[in-house]
Ligand binder design. Structure first.
Ligand code: GLY
Length: 382
């Protein structure tokens, strides 16, 4: 891993923010040692969504966050909580019809990390099953990975979503680790198809593309979790930046770095007024709906770009990453230890008011990941 050279002021800011993050997380993790949280309820405590809904797509995030804390602090408590949560994920396999491409979000960053760090064989099995389930979603005729399971009113068999870029790293890793080279071919086909069908000329990305099942051409695009057709859902843009960077990290293929850079330029231009990401960059000015999760994910991608580009390009990406992170820390972070959740003002989707400007667990995950990257901790979660 190429180390980043932060100036002293930024290094101090990163260290003190990480310190605050650790102090609060230690208390919150103890309080939730037997839980799999998703969001924060009205009393300021985490909900139990992961326990109540075993197949919920973010259920791997809590163990992943605990693994990051373990890597960043060496505190065994986090390892135990991560393993405890991982055991609970087995219940999701009882409902295979409810599994989507997020099998990777469930098991790559929980069991996959456990196996990598401890050699745990049970975790290896879980992770291998997840990789096989992921590969099984590939439509060989259309040349794409099906994102979601069927909805009550439509099959969604032709849907690809930009988010899938975060799910294909399990295939790159498993291809090597399990001796299954076809997994890598599938991952690369998906990344290429995402460039073709999701990346617009101006660097923004489409959330959902619906394909013909037999020849893979795009029938229509949908606004998905953003404002509408043709809009630009900020978390989707962020998945694009970090997701293409992960494909670049695993393959070394320049086209993925270039795709990530293109989306990064669009993202930076869209937030440069105050560095606080709105939920959709092409939505009406009012109401103001933020999505801090988009900011945290994008920052992780921007840092990875900054690591690999030539010296003369670096500051564009690193400065943007620092500006977004600092602006979000100042406006969005809650450091009160009596309450759960650190990064406030996340938004699930544009349309439903109740999902706007809330705490979402992956906001904390990517915020922590960004801080560890800036501290040059050599650990890739994905
Ligand atoms: N991958 C689902 C989401 O970003 O909401």
């Amino acid at each position: 891993m190429k180390e980043l050279n932060l100036n002293q002021k930024d290094r101090e800011w990163v260290d003190s923010t990480w310190q605050k993050f650790c102090e609060k997380m230690e208390v919150s993790a103890k309080r939730n040692a037997d839980n799999i949280p998703y969001s924060v309820t009205k009393d300021g405590k985490f909900d139990t969504r992961g326990i109540d809904e075993p197949n919920w797509w973010t259920n791997g995030v809590w163990p992943a966050l605990m693994w990051l804390m373990y890597v960043g602090t060496d505190n065994e408590m986090y390892k135990e909580i991560a393993q405890n949560a991982e055991d609970k994920l087995d219940r999701a396999l009882e409902y295979p019809e409810k599994l989507s491409h997020d099998v990777s979000f469930l098991w790559n960053i929980s069991s996959g990390v456990n196996y990598r760090l401890t050699g745990n064989i049970k975790s290896k099995r879980r992770w291998s099953i997840a990789a096989a389930l992921m590969a099984g979603r590939y439509n060989t005729e259309g040349g794409f990975i099906r994102a979601w399971e069927a909805a009550p009113t439509e099959s969604r068999a032709g849907y690809t979503i930009i988010d899938c870029l975060m799910n294909i790293p399990i295939l790159y890793r498993a291809a090597k680790e399990l001796g299954e080279p076809q997994y890598e071919y599938i991952a690369k086909h998906q990344a290429d198809k995402t460039i073709e069908d999701h990346l617009r000329g101006d660097g923004s990305v489409v959330h959902i593309a619906d394909h013909d099942l037999l020849d893979g051409h795009v029938i229509r695009t949908l606004g998905g979790q953003g404002y509408g057709v043709g809009s630009s859902w900020s978390r989707g843009q962020a998945w694009g930046i970090y997701g293409f960077m992960l494909s670049y990290i695993y393959t070394g293929e320049e086209k993925y770095l270039n795709a990530a850079k293109q989306i990064a330029h669009y993202f930076i231009a869209s937030v440069c007024d105050d560095y606080l990401p709105k939920c959709d960059f092409r939505s009406p000015k009012e109401p103001v709906i933020y999505d801090s999760t988009a900011g945290a994910i994008a920052v992780c991608g921007l840092i990875e770009i900054a690591r690999v580009v030539p010296e003369y390009e670096k500051s564009l990406y690193l400065n943007a990453a620092m500006n977004i992170l600092k602006a979000m820390e100042a406006k969005f972070c809650n450091w009160d230890k009596e309450k759960d959740g650190i990064l406030h003002f996340g938004t699930e989707l544009y349309g439903e008011k109740s999902t706007h400007n809330i705490f979402i667990i992956y906001g904390d995950l990517f915020f922590a990941e960004a801080l560890l990257k800036l501290k040059n901790v050599d650990f890739l979660l994905w």
